[in-house]
Write a protein that binds this ligand. Sequence first.
Ligand SMILES: Cc1cc2nc3c(=O)[nH]c(=O)nc-3n(C[C@H](O)[C@H](O)[C@H](O)COP(=O)(O)O)c2cc1C
Length: 154
Amino acid sequence: MDTFAAIEGRRAVKLYDPNHKLTAEEEQKLFSLATLAPTAFNIQNWRFVILRNPELRQKVREVAWGQAQVTDASLLIVMCADLKAWEKDPARYWRNAPPEVQAFMVPAIGQYYRGRDQVARDEAMRSCGIAAQTIMLAAKAMGYESCPHGRLRL
Ligand SMILES: Cc1cc2nc3c(=O)[nH]c(=O)nc-3n(C[C@H](O)[C@H](O)[C@H](O)COP(=O)(O)O)c2cc1C
């Protein structure tokens, strides 16, 4: 499937086969594509949490207006972020770049984030939004449907 077809074909689908399971290879493919999503300064601050426990998913469904896709979709991915990713050995995010690029980018990360919690939160929201769309389009191209959800009251 080409990109245009994935964008045009993706819809927020509500009904899923609760017995279907992705193979390990499919999950691996989906998340390897997800981690190609861009992040500011390449800090890769998204964290993807897959809720597999049926009882936990049922509890989440209850605070998500009882929506069936929360328990029935083959994957329930909670988009999380590490707000401190910027200060955790930031040189690793640029280790494959030329030395002069590393010398510029690595200190710039700290200058951008240090003492600016709102910036860290804003960047987390951006990163997660872009990654979520990447996941949904990748899923579509793999033959799967998806449904985004907003913040749940947990
Ligand atoms: C942040 C966000 C939260 C959403 N929450 C829900 C939701 O709780 N349940 C649902 O069925 N769809 C939800 N949607 C999907 C939208 O309703 C849907 O994307 C929109 O109506 C457009 O339809 P389409 O995605 O099929 O084109 C959400 C979408 C976004 C971006």
